[in-house]
Design a protein around this ligand. Sequence first.
Ligand code: FES
Ligand code: ZN
Length: 289
Amino acid sequence: MKCSLCRKKAVERLRQYKLSLCKECFVKFYEKQVERTVKKYKVFKSGERVLVCISGGKDSAAMLSALTTISKEIEIEAFYINLEIENYSDVSLKNVKKLCNELNVKLNVVNLSEYGIYLSKAGKKKCSVCGTAKRYIMNKFARENGFDCVATGHCLDDIIVFFFKNWLSGNFEWSTKFLPRMEGFDKIVTRVKPLYLMSERENAIYCLCKELPFTKDNCPYAPKDDWKEIIYDIEKKKPGFKRNFVANLPKYLNRKTNLEFKHCTICGEVTTAEVCAFCKLRKWMEERR
Ligand code: FES
Ligand code: ZN
C-alpha cells in the first residue's frame, strides 16, 4: 500500500476519506484535522491560558502534541492527576514526564490522596469515584491557578458513547457536555475538547508515527464497554458514521445551561444540591478508612 500523497509506504488507510497515508503525511493530516476542528467550533479564544489534562494515555498525549504544533495563540500547561494506582500510575507518570519534556510543556502534578481520595478504598465504585474526583480537581486547580479553560482528551468515540448512554437513560439536562466548548459560569471554568472529531484509532496512530511516549495499558479498573464495540461495528459497515454523527451534534444541542446551581455548604464549589458530589465522596471515604 502506497501513500496517496507522496507514494512512500503507507501506514494507514482512511476509508472514509479514501486515502492511504505514510507516517509523515499522516502526522500532517492529523494536525490539520485538529486545527480545523479548533477553528470550526471556536474551541479557543485568542490569548487563553489552557490547562491541558493528560493521563499518560494515547488520546491526551496526541492532544498535547497537536496543540503545541497548531496553537500559537494560546498558552498551554499540562496537568496530571496521579491516581496512585499501583504499577499503572507509576508508568503513566513516567510517560507524562517524558512527553512534557519532549514537547517542552510545563507539567503540573497533583496526587489524589492530597484531596483525601484513595481509590484503593473505593471498593466497587472506583471508576465513578475517580470520575467525580477528577472533574472537581481539574476545575478547582484551573481556577485557582488562573487558567481560562480546561482541555480534556475526549475524542469522537467517547462522545458518541456518552451520547447514546445518556439518550437511552433520558438524561439530557446536561447536553452541553457534548459540545466541543462548554462556556464556564460562576466557579466553573470553561471546558474544551480539541479532539472532538478525532477517533481513538487516529490518536493512537498519530502517537506511534510521532513516537510519543504513552501508556499502552488501559486503567486496570476500566470496565469493558460494549458500546464501543457496537459503534465500531457500525463504523465498519458505514465508514464515516462516527464523524458525521458527532460533527452534527452541536446543531441539535441546547447551548444554555439551565441548571439551577448553589454553592456547596462544605467547600463552596458549584453544585445542584446542598453538598457537592465531591464532598459527599470525601465523607464516604472518611467513613471507610
Ligand atoms: Fe479512573 Fe481508571 S478509575 S481512570
Ligand atoms: Zn463541596
